[in-house]
Design a protein around this ligand. Structure first.
Ligand code: HEC
Length: 132
């Protein structure tokens, strides 16, 4: 396995990986790395690196709209399997187990991003502050 450390091999692999889908930029604990890899293989082309959806045609999933309270695990699974409007079904690209890992990874990333859902009353308070 000495060739694995050969500089040419490393450089070639880096080009190969870069040529495929967007790479993850965040490090996640080992338990979520499988899901992270599946996500970047299947979803990141459209949803962006780390599911942030920057400059991509698909929405970022590290967003309040996709926290469990707004978008359940089952809904994510159904979206992947059935597709939705502009998202084609991904059912032939991932197995059920891979979907489970992807969801675990997404939930971890949402938590790591410290997202929270603002209670509705707060918006009204903000308006009052603006007037004062
Ligand atoms: C070919 C591009 C493409 C791929 C690949 C893709 N998506 Fe999407 N996805 C989209 C688009 C576009 C939308 C927005 C759909 C719409 O509202 O029209 C979307 C929407 C979603 C939504 C939100 C659905 C909703 O109802 O708001 C979730 C969740 C999602 N994708 C998860 C994933 C996951 C997880 C993967 C990988 C298994 C994935 N997507 C792969 C393009 C893609």
């Amino acid at each position: 396995m000495a060739y694995l450390k050969h500089p040419l091999f490393i450089i070639c692999s880096m080009f190969f990986i870069a040529a495929c889908s967007p790479k993850p930029t965040l490090e996640v604990p080992e338990a979520y790395q499988k899901g992270q890899n599946y996500f970047h293989r299947v979803c990141a082309n459209c949803h962006g690196s780390d599911a942030m959806g920057k400059q991509t045609k698909a929405p970022g999933l590290i967003d309040e709209d996709y926290l469990t309270a707004n978008f359940s695990d089952d809904e994510i699974r159904a979206t992947i399997i059935d597709g939705v409007d502009n998202m084609p079904s991904q059912s032939r690209k991932v197995t059920g187990e891979e979907i489970t890992e992807i969801i675990k990874y997404l939930r971890y990333s949402q938590k790591a991003a410290d997202l929270y859902i603002e209670p509705e009353e707060e918006e009204e308070e903000e308006e009052e502050e603006d007037q004062a």
